[in-house]
Design a protein around this ligand. Structure first.
Ligand code: PLP
Length: 416
């Protein structure tokens, strides 16, 4: 076999389907977020751009308290953890961070992983395997890391229609009551920005003898009185069996975790290969995460401003008749509906308007649902929003993209 030609043809397939990913070379500068320096791959020229698609949702990646904690722990402990958690890699910062995470979610215990992806993959492949005859009910829009974990568990999987309580209940009814079941779902779905009915899913779990696994990756830090997520906001955190989260988004650092009862977490610690056989996160990251979590437990300023900015942006897009999708969270998706023009819209924003928004194409979203996924932060200003909406209008006209005609005849049309 000609291996090189084989892989080239695989890449060509991706390119033909407009699924080939191009990474923008963006230098983040602490203190300037959401501004970043973009390096043009052809000319090598650098220019400042506004980033509108970062998952550093609250700008905690440049928070001074977090940076100081990281600097100090880096000097104190050095660069790496020095081993797996089992072989000399456990440091006081890991231990303290796990206590902090357990306390955040009001659970007995928590376990750290190198990322949210690994946490999902590890938990959802390991726990079901430890439960004889287990069946997993998985929301149809669950993240790739959850799907991967469930697949590796080897357990029977039933996919219920996204956020569809009736379908979930019918699926539960079809399984004998005594058979062990796990309902795996997310709180905030990151591509549509919709939110699941956590409490109602817990009701169903209780009625049908299931346990619940909730991914709060796009909610921790941003929802609930102390930033513990949607389950905290909805007053049902104690009813969720396992809560999974990330330290890499609203907390601005890196790493993932699962929080739950002590025996469940101990089982994961003991049986999950992707926890045991990998180097622990560096102590300085754990130190930064502790400070970030503690800060957001006390301060609501960042999340309140973030929600305000998201509401302002959604309003401005609607007034401009741009097709903002019906999100109920801080995530603001704008529908393009075509892979080529989605890429082109992103390129035009960058080249002409110094605005960076990653195009979201298949397989991350269905074909025909390609979009720009915008994530306003407390660091974006009102005038940043005005500039963004003007730039989007320009791009929409240039590419002859569809406006939201339902309100197109209104005030915004007159302003054209
Ligand atoms: C729902 C969901 N879960 C888990 C992850 C993985 O988290 P991390 O980026 O910490 O690996 C992501 C990543 O975006 C996600 O969207």
């Amino acid at each position: 076999m000609n291996y090189v030609e084989h892989f080239k043809s695989k890449i060509d397939e991706l390119k033909q389907e407009h699924r080939y990913r191009i990474f923008a070379n963006l230098a983040r500068t602490a203190g300037s977020f959401p501004r970043a320096t973009y390096c043009d791959p052809d000319s090598g020229l650098m220019r400042q751009v506004d980033v509108w698609c970062s998952n550093d949702y609250l700008g905690m990646g440049q928070n001074d308290l977090v940076l100081r904690a990281i600097e100090s722990a880096l000097r104190e402990c050095g660069a790496g953890a020095g081993g797996t958690r089992n072989i000399s890699g456990t440091n006081k910062y890991h231990v303290e961070l796990e206590k902090e995470l357990a306390s955040l979610h009001e659970k007995e215990s928590a376990l750290l992983f190198t990322s949210g992806y690994v946490a999902n993959q590890a938990a959802l492949s390991t726990l079901p395997r430890l439960i004889p005859d287990c069946v997993i009910l998985s929301d149809g829009h669950n993240h790739a890391s959850m799907i991967e974990g469930i697949r590796h568990s080897g357990c029977e999987k039933i996919i219920f229609r996204h956020n569809d309580l009736d379908h979930l209940e019918r699926s539960l009814q079809a399984i004998p009551f005594a058979r062990p079941k796990i309902i795996a779902f997310e709180s905030v779905y990151s591509m549509d920005g919709d939110v699941s009915p956590v409490s109602a899913i817990c009701d169903l779990a209780q009625s049908y003898g299931a346990i619940t696994y909730l991914d709060e990756v796009h909610a921790v830090g941003m929802y609930g009185r102390r930033g513990a997520g949607v389950a905290e906001r909805d007053g049902c955190m104690n009813r969720v069996t396992l809560i999974e989260g990330t330290l890499g988004k609203a907390y601005g650092v890196m790493g993932g975790y699962v929080a739950g009862s002590a025996p469940l977490i101990d089982a994961l610690r003991s049986f999950a290969p992707s926890f045991i056989f990998t180097t622990a996160i560096p102590p300085y990251l754990a130190a930064g995460a502790i400070v970030s979590i503690k800060h957001l437990m006390k301060s609501s300023t960042e999340r309140e401003l973030q929600h305000q900015r998201a509401a302002e942006l959604k309003d401005s897009l609607r007034v401009a008749c741009l097709p903002v999708m019906p999100s109920t969270s801080h995530i603001v998706p704008v529908l393009v509906g075509d892979a080529v023009r989605c890429r082109r819209a992103s390129d035009m924003l960058l080249e002409t308007h110094q605005i960076y928004i990653q195009p979201i194409n298949y397989p991350t979203v269905e074909r025909g649902k390609e979009r720009l996924r915008i994530t306003p932060t407390p660091c974006h200003t009102k005038s940043d929003i005005d500039r963004l909406v003007a730039a989007l209008l320009d791009v929409w006209r240039a590419l002859e993209l569809e406006f939201n005609n339902a309100i197109w005849t209104g005030a915004a049309a007159a302003a054209q």
